[in-house]
Design a protein. Structure first.
Length: 422
């Protein structure tokens, strides 16, 4: 069932919400300045919003099958996907607004009505037959809120080629296939127990309601699905129905999605429609053909299926940004790890010859990124290379290079960020 087109009273809704926000009657978790500007313009209240400023807007970008607007200053379309320009995150807070959150689609975004949605939990890992849950059923269960990043396993893939000279396959993400949100929903563990989880269950496999994925050679792989070991499913996995205090937008899984903190993004199935619970291990193309490491140094059948994300850091700065010589610049960025909290970030402004610690602007937490900042007053004009190197609480530090794999997953090397001092 599809949702109706936006009603002509959308401006009235925006005007009312903005007035509520200004009066302290509404939350604005993860709202970017550009969205407040849009609301203010609709309400005729631009002057009443502190710090809101207008800048020339580039023409909107487009990508097939994505519902939300993709302004060119925020997104780079990549086939059926949209990558966030990392420098656009500088205007956002710790949470990524839905307006800035990257989109990873295998096919197209389905527009589903919450009123007609249901989740079917089934399989031989249950003590009884299939069990159906409506959205109202989920709302009756205890809710949980968790801030966590979601990141595509291929984030940074283009750097295998640009930085290491290695050819890999897949979407040529730079570093913007990541976003962090405050997710609210119910624990998957609670739903599984309500459905009658059996003692011999070992795997659960959520499956999305988007269309079948057909490969370039015409092979129909069916709907996107990927199994989780029961131990992870019972740990910290959410069935989320809110993102930053609002119902999930269509492109991000409305009405319900899976959120698997710290794991590669494919595990966080959007638009979940059913979950198989099995007494035997489960497999799908998304943990056999894809999302394993293949190539030199890996077994012929590939590595074990990928689970946790790796360690990364990035500058909130355009690639090859011009920076004035003799001026004190505040450099900002973000760092994150799938294994543990980020403990420190070190920055080099001379191509790695010397390093100094950056200031962490958030309390480090597992499954969450931290913002960091440092200052730099360049003197000599010409090209320069900036580096940021994260270390997490396990003691792991970003390496100078990442061992290659044919599909370009889990790039974690220190990124060499070029700028020009003018």
């Amino acid at each position: 069932m599809t949702l109706p087109h936006p009603s002509p009273t959308e401006a009235d809704h925006d005007r009312r919400r903005l007035r509520q926000w200004l009066a302290g009657q509404a939350r604005a978790d993860g709202v970017a300045r550009r969205d407040l500007l849009r609301l203010a313009a609709a309400a005729g209240l631009t002057a009443a919003v502190p710090g809101v400023w207008s800048a020339p807007r580039a023409h909107a970008a487009t990508a097939p099958g994505i519902v939300k607007a993709l302004p060119a200053e925020v997104f780079t379309p990549r086939g059926t996907n949209a990558e966030t320009r990392f420098e656009a995150l500088a205007e956002t807070g710790h949470l990524t607004p839905a307006s800035h959150f990257f989109v990873r689609n295998h096919t197209t975004t389905p527009q589903l009505a919450a009123s007609g949605w249901k989740l079917t939990v089934w399989g031989d890992g249950l003590t009884g037959g299939p069990r159906e849950f409506t959205l109202a059923d989920l709302h009756r269960l205890p809710s949980t809120t968790r801030s966590a990043f979601v990141e595509c396993a291929g984030n940074g893939r283009s750097l295998f080629t640009a930085q290491q000279g290695q050819q890999v396959s897949g979407t040529a993400w730079t570093l913007g296939a990541i976003g962090q949100a405050r997710w609210r929903g119910v624990r998957l563990a609670d739903v599984l127990r309500e459905a009658g989880l059996a003692r011999d269950a070992v795997d659960v496999m959520p499956r999305g309601l988007d269309g079948d994925y057909v490969t370039a050679d015409g092979t129909n792989l069916g709907r996107v699905r990927r199994p989780l070991p029961l131990a992870k499913a019972l740990d910290d996995v959410l069935l989320a129905y809110e993102m930053n205090g609002e119902p999930l937008p269509a492109d991000h899984g409305h009405p319900v999605r899976v959120v698997v903190p710290s794991w590669i993004g494919i595990a966080s199935i959007k638009w979940v429609g059913d979950i198989e619970v099995s007494a035997t291990p489960l497999y799908s193309p998304w943990n056999t053909d894809f999302y394993r490491l293949f190539g030199p140094g890996h077994p012929p059948e590939g590595s074990a299926p990928l689970t946790r994300q790796t360690l990364k850091s990035a500058f909130e700065l355009p690639w090859k940004a011009p920076l004035a010589a003799g001026t004190r610049h505040r450099l900002t960025g973000r760092a994150w790890s799938g294994a543990a909290a980020v403990a420190r970030v070190d920055v080099s402004t001379d191509g790695g010859a010397t390093w100094h610690p950056a200031r962490l602007r958030d309390e480090p937490r597992r499954g969450s990124w931290v913002r960091w900042s440092t200052t730099w007053r360049p003197r000599a004009t010409g090209p320069a290379t900036l580096l940021a190197r994260a270390t997490d609480t396990t003691g792991r530090t970003q390496p100078p290079t990442t061992p290659p794999n044919t599909q370009g997953y889990l790039f974690d090397a220190v990124v060499r960020h070029p700028v020009t001092v003018v």
